[in-house]
Design a protein around this ligand. Structure first.
Ligand code: 13P
Length: 264
């Protein structure tokens, strides 16, 4: 059975005070919630503080980016081994904000995927179409291309235990999420696409949705069979909202367990 994963992507938000307040609040709220994996991705400079604040909690840490190089003359960069060293379990790669503002290509994202796997970190591969691509009906083509660059360079096994986050660019930070039916259709396509390479890996891969997820819309999204959690931006900065999203995902798992899940 797939275990849902809800991850908070703090993006460029945070301070030592915020790390301490937000993490303590979330940990308290979620201390008795089971059935959903939870992670937070604060800015990289706060990872070590976050690790200390999270001690004893089952909330995992994620980075928001990684360099393709392991060491050497690459001023300003952070390696996969450094992230591992400060306690990261996951690393987000290929976020549309990096593809757009930092001109990251599919090839670079595939290289990042490879260095993370090599270091024993779990890549959270963000994919998704822009508004224009959406309106041109190119959602599946874009998602397939972004996944293929990893699968064709690294092979299907690389996708084992990895996480995919489908984040339509037009839904990020707009307060207008894709509908649960739209997301389900794309997630089903993504899973079927990976199944062309390896059916067992496709059945197990976690596919999160990201884009204006909040405490009001989370349950409806998670009710869909192929939505395995969320990558949450704005709402992950509020203790109550983030905790409510995690609880909705945990409820989905218990609900599916009782109903029996044919997709497993
Ligand atoms: P919002 O939840 O703020 O729309 O951001 C989504 C996102 O980009 C998460 O990576």
């Amino acid at each position: 059975m797939r275990h849902p994963l809800v991850m908070g992507n703090w993006k460029l938000n945070g301070s030592t005070y915020m790390v301490s307040e937000l993490i303590s609040g979330i940990s308290n709220e979620l201390s008795r919630v089971d059935g959903c994996d939870v992670a937070i991705a604060p800015p990289v400079m706060y990872l070590d503080q976050a690790r200390n604040t999270l001690a004893g909690s089952r909330i995992a840490l994620s980075a928001q980016n990684v360099d393709i190089n392991l060491l050497g003359p690459f001023t300003g960069e952070i390696s996969a081994n450094m992230l591992k060293d400060v306690g990261a379990k996951y690393t987000i790669i290929g976020h549309s904000e990096r593809r757009i503002y930092h001109k990251e290509t599919d090839e670079e994202v595939a290289k990042k995927f490879a260095v993370l796997k090599e270091a024993g970190l779990i890549p959270v591969l963000c994919i998704g179409e822009t508004k224009a691509e959406h309106e041109e009906g190119r959602t599946e083509e874009v998602c397939a291309r972004e996944i293929d660059s990893v699968l064709q360079n690294l092979g299907a096994l690389a996708m084992k235990d990895a996480v995919i986050a489908y984040e339509p660019v037009w839904a990020i930070g707009t307060g207008q999420p894709a509908s649960s039916a739209q997301v389900q259709a794309v997630h089903q396509f993504i899973r079927a696409h990976i199944a062309k390479y390896d059916m067992a890996i496709a059945a197990k891969v976690i596919i999160q949705y990201g884009g204006s997820v909040n405490d009001k819309n989370a349950a409806e999204l998670f009710a869909q069979p192929d939505i395995d959690g969320a990558l949450v931006g704005g709402a992950s900065l509020k203790i109550d909202s983030f905790a409510a999203i995690v609880k909705a995902a945990a409820f989905k798992k218990s609900d599916r367990f009782q109903c029996g899940d044919k997709a497993q």
